[in-house]
Design a binder for this molecule. Sequence first.
Ligand SMILES: O=c1ccn([C@H]2C[C@H](O)[C@@H](COP(=O)(O)OP(=O)(O)OP(=O)(O)O)O2)c(=O)[nH]1
Ligand SMILES: [Mg+2]
Length: 151
Amino acid sequence: MPSPLTPIDIQLKRLPHGEGLPVPAYATAHAAGMDVVSAEELILQPGGRHAVATGFAMAIPQGYEVQVRPRSGLALKHGISLPNTPGTIDADYRGELKIILINLGDAPFPIQRGDRIAQLVVAPVQLASFVEVDRLDDTERGQGGFGSTGV
Ligand SMILES: O=c1ccn([C@H]2C[C@H](O)[C@@H](COP(=O)(O)OP(=O)(O)OP(=O)(O)O)O2)c(=O)[nH]1
Ligand SMILES: [Mg+2]
């Protein structure tokens, strides 16, 4: 596993309708998320959702995932979010990356081709398997949860 500061390569295949669009990229030197743009033009009505085309597919190296997260500016100003945030892009997915947007605001939200609609965070994945047991070890928390420690 390379240092997190050493970028890994992710193969990206541009689809015909992605011609001319920028590849996802970090907007600033130490950004965590790479902004991704829409490959289509649409108007998202209040309460509406749409799987927005990005115009590319990718091959994430085994051992990594890509998380799709909302942009805070769109969320704050227009109520634009992702109903499945963070979206999970599996390393074995070869279809088009789509960004599922939802309009939680109260006005129609127009999206132009090339608009930055979400951000992609690349993260390592720890694989695991579940091992069934009859008894779990005791902890201070025990079965407490869902606010058991107070507000
Ligand atoms: O925001 C998203 C979420 C998912 N995907 C693609 C990539 C991902 O690898 C695949 C499956 O996503 P997920 O596992 O979240 O969806 P599912 O409902 O479980 O579908 P599946 O049965 O295909 O796994 O769909 C996207 O393009 N955008
Ligand atoms: Mg799945």
